[in-house]
Each structure stands twice: as C-alpha cells, then as structure tokens.
Design a protein around this ligand. Structure first.
Ligand code: MN
Length: 359
C-alpha cells in the first residue's frame, strides 16, 4: 500500500465532526483481500458506494443508480477516494454540512473475486446476498467510469417497462352487483400519473404521456425512499386546499408551471400529494396480471406514506358509506374495483366502475 493511500480520505473529513472511521495512520490490511461492500448513501443526491478491497484499502466508486440489474443498461460509476478497511462496517448519519452529509446504510456486503484489474478496467464477481454475478467497471474519462453487468439477469427477471398506459373506469349510475366482488375507493380529482422508480429516481407520465417528472419534485423523495427497488406505481397527483379538499384550480397552477424557478416556488406554496392506488411492477416482476386484491396487498406491503405521498384507502364493502364520505369531502366519484380483475393497461374496463357523487 502506498504510504499516503488515505491522504485524500482524511483531508475530506474531520474526525471530531463525522462518525465515519478516520484512522490516523495507514491501516494495516485487515481483510482477506476480497471484501466488497455497497453502501446506500442518502447524500444530496442518492447514490450507492461500491467499494472493493485492494492493497489494504477500499477502492471506491459512487454509482448514482446502483448496480445495473441486466446487461442492457450500463450505469455511471464515479471513481472516488480510497476508503479505509474499517469503512466496510460503517453505517450511520453523517451530519449535514459535512462531506457526504446524510444517512448511509450497508446495502450489501460479502466477498468478491477479481478477474482483471487494470488502470482502465476492473472485472469482478460479487458474492453477496443481494449483489451477485459478474460485473465490469471501465473508465470512460477522468473520474467517470461505467459499470456493466456481464451475467444474464436473475431467473425470472422482468425489466422495468418503459410505458404502461393507465387503466380507466367506466361510468355507471349505480354500483355493480354483487357488491362483495368489489372494493371501493375515492376518485381524487387529481392528475393521473404512472410513476416509474428506477435507481431511486422517479419518472412520472400522465395518461397522455406528458412527462410530469420535473414539475413534481415531491416524487424524488418517494423514489429515494424506495431505494434500489424497481417499482411502477399508479395514482393521482392531488393538491389539497386549506380545508383538506382536492382543488383542481390549485393543481392547475402546478401542472402549468414550466420554469425551474417557478416550480421551486410553487412546491412551497402549493404542495401536492401523490395518492397511490395500484402497483404494476415490483421487484423485477410485472404485477399487472395479478388480481386487484393481490396487487393491493403488495401495495400495502410498501407502506407508502410520507411527506407528500400516501396510499389511497380502500373499503371492502358498504359503498354507500364510502359515497357519503366522498361527498362530504367534495369528491366527484367513488370507484368500484373488481377484486379478481387484472390491470388492463390503456383500457376502459368494466372491472372498474365509477359512480358520480351528487355534489
Ligand atoms: Mn457516498
């Protein structure tokens, strides 16, 4: 190991201010030479730190979208300073204002095999619990590298779809029989949005494929919370007024905003909530063919509830009570969803029946 291998690492950190390990002399080689760790780091921008033990230190790359899951997409990996071996066990909160301020936890840890290690290319096989398989890092210029998965994806892997058009309800005057075949939920008078979460980043598309992502920065925190899980959610973006009623007028001020400064200002003035009611893809599988009742159970297992998102409540029976509650909240309709029905992308389907309130 070079005598100053950790010089850059130490310069960036004050051991009195950060809980990170800051060894004052060059650590002796503590591993068996084959340790890897991947830390999920909720810094200013979410990223995953990939560290491979080499020459007594952890050689490190910051990967904004995490490890690629298949061979089709390479991810950027930014080479960062070598870290001490002790860092392989580090997790915790780096104080705001310090270098890398934010929450860090160990996403995976294990051993790896080196197949090739040169200045421009590192080929390796990960043996972790979440990260397994052959990868190659290759330098593209300066600190920038790319990471590519060389193995086929795991058995049964389904890639995140690029587009799922929302399923739509049919309007009726009354709820369909038998009532027990359906569950009931509010219609929120919002903007329908399908949100694709990949590498902790959101992409939101409206029903007519308008890209809403930049206009609703609230979705970024939701996506970061989902971490490395690939998820497609269906729901509505809703602006609630002072009386906690959905307001189309308030919402329009948000959908009409275009400039970044205008959007930043409006996020504070007119907060928007993403009300989620379905999950169409989860953990590398499409869930669209599952019956509604099973998709709903998966959605609830995600416990989506945060500063600007929530899971739309649903009721198993008594649509009249739901109707009364919807009316009291000034909502336009209640939707009955057939428990056994799959998600039918882009279709107006009798499996979803919308009944107007008499507001
Ligand atoms: Mn980091």
């Amino acid at each position: 190991m070079a005598p100053d291998a950790l010089e850059t690492y130490r310069k960036k950190r004050d051991p009195r201010r950060t809980p990170e390990p800051v060894p004052q002399d060059n650590a002796t080689n503590q591993g068996d030479g084959n340790t890897f760790v991947i830390q999920e780091h909720h810094a200013t921008a979410l990223h995953w730190d990939l560290r491979l033990e080499r020459g007594g230190v952890l050689v490190s790359w910051a990967v904004p979208k995490g490890l690629p899951l298949d061979r089709e997409t390479n991810h950027l990996a930014v080479h960062t300073e070598d870290h001490p071996m002790e860092y392989a066990a580090f997790h915790g909160e780096i104080p705001q204002g310090e270098y890398g301020g934010g929450q860090m936890f160990i996403w995976d840890r294990g051993t790896y095999e080196t197949e090739k290690w040169s200045e421009r290319e590192v080929k390796f096989v990960l043996h972790g619990s979440r990260a397994t398989g052959r990868y190659v890092l290759f330098k593209t210029g300066g600190k920038n590298w790319m990471i590519h998965r060389m193995d086929p994806p795991a058995e049964g892997f389904e890639a995140l779809p690029a587009l799922i058009r929302p399923m739509l309800p049919v309007e009726r005057k009354r709820f369909p029989a038998p009532l027990s075949n359906y569950s009931y939920e509010m219609s929120w008078d919002g903007v329908r949005a399908v949100v694709y979460v990949d590498g902790g980043r959101p992409r939101a598309l409206s029903a007519d494929n308008d890209d809403l992502t930049a206009r609703f920065p609230e979705l970024r925190e939701l996506a970061a919370k989902l971490g490395s899980r690939q998820v497609v959610l269906d729901g509505e973006l809703v602006a609630f007024d002072q009386n906690n009623r959905p307001s189309r007028a308030l919402l329009e001020s948000r959908t009409n905003a275009t400039s970044p400064s205008q959007i930043r200002q409006l996020v504070r003035q007119v907060p928007v909530t993403y009300v989620v009611f379905d999950v169409l893809h989860l953990d590398n599988r499409s869930t669209a063919a599952l019956p509604f009742v099973e998709r709903r159970a998966l959605l609830e297992s995600l416990r989506l509830s945060g500063s600007s998102w929530l899971t739309s409540p649903t009721w198993a029976d008594d649509p009249d009570a739901v109707m009364t509650a919807a009316q009291a909240q000034g909502l336009a309709a209640v939707i009955a969803k057939e428990l056994r029905s799959p998600y039918r992308p882009g279709r107006r389907s009798l499996s979803w029946i919308s009944v107007q309130t008499t507001r």
